[in-house]
Design a protein around this ligand. Structure first.
Ligand code: SF4
Length: 374
């Protein structure tokens, strides 16, 4: 059964009511559970959680994370290959509706950007594009991946959703990780926010992570863009989706990202504000639901918040990021997708990680282990 069918079993209105109505006693019971299931997860998301209960939740999330992952934070860097896009996502700086300098990196530019990240010690890299197949389609990606593969132990992509055979081509080229956020699981809101372009196909996007896992991706990352809609139901559905993937594709590690909307060209205003306290609660609740999931926090968040969240469940963080194609080598950051909040250099950040008694891991995997990149 695809996740599409499973999602239908959890209609949003009763779910939202359930989360909103969880009592303090039910939250205590959920916190005391050895194994947190979906019912307890809903309670741990409840807005009624007290400060003392949140502290207990955070302490459990910290313990579980150290048991499963040790005191480590894996570092990665995003590399934007292109900002050309035919989609009209209302909240994104790269939307086709916005006027900004458009660019797709050529081979020399890719080499320069990748070389700079390699010099900064990054060995895990995330390649990003918009959705414009004539500028940065499957063939372009394959060639870019093969070009930079010798420099990196792990290459992930955050691009457009693909068909199964296209995902197989990505794996054959040397990709081992996928990030693909559903943005929101609310179908109606999704249609409103994605009014045209291929991304308006909700079902094709929702089923992409399972196609990627079936095609042999070692890591598959999901999440919702926090601030678009009801972040509590969206986080519940993210947990449900992650559980589905983890159970069905046991060879693939599931990761979950927590992007909060940031200011971007186009001036989209988020419908809901998520406070730092609420973000902390979501992260810790997801850690209890899926102890083995990689939890990812990017430089969208401030240095202070990232420092505070580091011990509570996060396992992967980006550092020194730039969200414009060519932005690492160039001085001009025009054409960026959104502005980042943590401006520390990768080395400064890794020192900070060490100062907390954690190890900053630049490389914990090499796709050469798979022996299938041809
Ligand atoms: S979110 Fe992705 S698909 Fe949508 S406009 Fe931005 S780059 Fe294009």
């Amino acid at each position: 059964m695809s996740f599409l069918q499973q999602l239908d079993n959890y209609p949003a209105a009763p779910l939202a009511r359930r989360i909103a109505s969880c009592s303090g006693t039910e939250i205590d019971t959920a916190l005391a559970c050895d194994r947190v299931g979906l019912e307890q997860f809903a309670c741990l998301l409840a807005p009624r959680i007290s400060d003392a209960q949140l502290e207990q939740l955070a302490a459990r999330a910290h313990r579980l994370t150290t048991q499963r992952f040790g005191r480590t934070i894996q570092l990665y860097a995003p590399l934007y290959l292109s900002n050309e896009c035919h989609n009209g996502c209302r909240y994104c700086g790269f939307s086709a509706d916005n006027s900004l300098p458009r660019k797709t990196l050529n081979r020399q530019e890719i080499d320069r950007e990748a070389g700079m990240l390699h010099e900064q010690e990054f060995r895990h890299i995330l390649l990003l594009t918009g959705e414009a197949p004539e500028a940065a389609g499957i063939g372009y990606l394959e060639s870019a991946i093969r070009q930079i593969r010798p420099m990196f132990g792990s290459i992930a992509i955050e691009v457009f959703p693909m068909e199964s055979d296209e995902y197989q081509r990505m794996v054959a080229a040397g990709v081992d990780g996928l990030t693909l956020y559903q943005e929101t699981y609310d179908r109606e809101l999704y249609s409103e926010l994605h009014p045209y372009g291929p991304k308006s196909d909700y079902d094709f996007r929702l089923t992409a992570p399972e196609r990627a896992a079936a095609a042999g991706f070692r890591r598959v990352g999901i999440g919702s863009l926090l601030g678009l809609g009801d972040f509590l139901t969206d986080t519940f559905y993210t947990g449900l989706h992650a559980l589905y993937l983890a159970r069905r594709f046991w060879r693939t590690q599931v990761t979950i990202g927590f992007p909060r909307i940031k200011p971007a060209v186009g001036g989209y205003t988020p419908r809901t504000e998520i406070s730092d306290r609420q973000l902390t609660q979501l992260i810790c609740a997801l850690r209890l639901l899926i102890p083995d999931a990689g939890l990812v926090l990017s430089t969208r968040e401030s240095a202070e918040l990232r420092n505070n969240l580091l011990p509570l469940g996060i396992t992967q963080m980006s550092a020194g990021s730039c969200t414009a194609p060519g932005g690492y080598a160039g001085e001009d950051h025009q054409g960026e997708q959104f502005s980042i909040s943590d401006h520390r250099s990768p080395q400064e950040f890794s020192q900070q990680v060490k100062s907390f008694g954690y190890e900053a891991v630049w490389k914990d995997w090499d796709c050469a282990f798979l022996n299938r990149a041809g």
